[in-house]
Design a protein around this ligand. Structure first.
Ligand code: CAA
Length: 295
């Protein structure tokens, strides 16, 4: 299989719905024909949320003259919504973006292996789970397992970190880079080490911002202002932590702490305390900052 004409995106949460939209939008009205997207989720509610997000974002893109009405309609027509993976069995590519839970992801990989043709790449959008460990769930099919690490918000962020597991084949990596480019992204390869490159560099920075707050160096908004105004960050590290999810930050830091056996990655107690209080960031309505309820 050389040309990818359809992809299955498993998981319709923030990342999965963003990946689905990006694939459809980037290829709608293209000369080679659009990529058909199967958006899969076990939850009908989640699928509906994804559909609403797709419609809203495409409408906004038309209003902002980023695309024509016809392109938006074509993009929307490329996406179909399913609760049963078997309905996507003909897809040429599979990428999962379910919750960051290794057992859940392993189970999903088992289903992907059983559902898709043997030439279909099995990709995971994970921020922290070892690709090599996930690949072990599919045994002899490990060479076609790869990390496709997208960034939130997926339609806006250019990067796809392409993570090569220990057994990922060169062919799989090459095809992943090709597909990411087709989706309008800038793929960059990295090896499968805890945190890969992005989170290995980003998370200690975020963690340090929590220490600066905890030690009273400055209050949160000043820490963020210093980093936005002084380092040109689009968001300060504490605002970004809320945006990512404080629980996700703790989880990634713990993966690096355990993976490297180095306490320098241990999450700041202030960060852990907020998570324990249920202050998870934007998604819970409060974190470092307070957020109005989502409509
Ligand atoms: N979906 C689609 N488009 C979106 C969007 C979304 N969820 N969120 C924002 N946008 C678009 C909007 O279209 C908007 O443009 P228009 O107003 O012209 O339509 C544009 O982005 C800018 O958005 P806003 O005006 O709302 O706000 P902003 O200028 O502050 O930008 C931001 C928002 C793009 C999120 C910017 O603040 C930013 O780049 N922040 C940093 C994000 C970042 O670092 N992400 C990576 C996190 S790490 C990660 O994801 C991986 C991991 O493993 C943890």
């Amino acid at each position: 299989m050389s040309q990818v004409r359809s992809i299955a995106v498993i998981g319709a949460g923030t990342m999965g719905s963003g990946i689905a939209l990006t694939a459809a939008t980037a290829t709608a009205a293209g000369s080679r024909g659009g990529i058909k997207v199967f958006q899969i989720d076990v939850s009908a509610e989640q699928l509906q949320r994804a559909r609403t997000y797709h419609e809203k974002t495409l409408k906004r893109n038309v209003e902002k003259s980023r695309m024509t009405q016809a392109q938006a309609e074509e993009a929307m027509a490329l996406v179909s919504y399913h609760s049963d993976l078997a309905e996507a069995a003909d897809a040429d590519w599979a990428v999962e973006a379910v919750m960051e839970d290794i057992d859940l992801k392993k189970a999903v990989f088992g289903k992907m292996q059983a559902t898709f043709r043997p030439d279909v790449v099995l990709a995971t959008n994970t921020s922290s789970i070892s690709i090599t460990e996930l690949a072990a769930a599919v045994g002899a099919d490990a060479p076609r397992v790869v990390g496709m690490h997208f960034f939130n918000p997926v339609p806006v962020m250019k990067l796809v970190e392409v993570i090569k597991g220990r057994q990922t084949s060169e062919e799989t990596t090459r095809r992943t880079i090709e597909l990411a480019k087709l989706m309008g992204k800038s793929p960059v390869p990295a090896n499968d080490r805890p945190g890969f490159v992005s989170n290995r560099v980003l998370m200690p920075l975020i963690n340090e911002a929590f220490y600066a707050w905890a030690e009273g160096v400055a209050e949160p908004r000043h820490i963020d202002e210093i980093m936005t105004l002084g380092c040109n960050f689009p968001m300060g590290p504490l605002r970004l932590a809320d945006y990512i999810g404080l629980d996700v930050c703790v989880m990634i830091l713990n993966v690096m702490r355990e993976g490297f056996g180095n306490d320098k990655y241990a999450p700041c107690p202030k960060l852990v305390e907020l998570v324990e209080q249920g202050r998870l960031g934007d998604k819970s309505g409060s974190g470092v900052y307070e957020y109005p309820p989502r409509s």
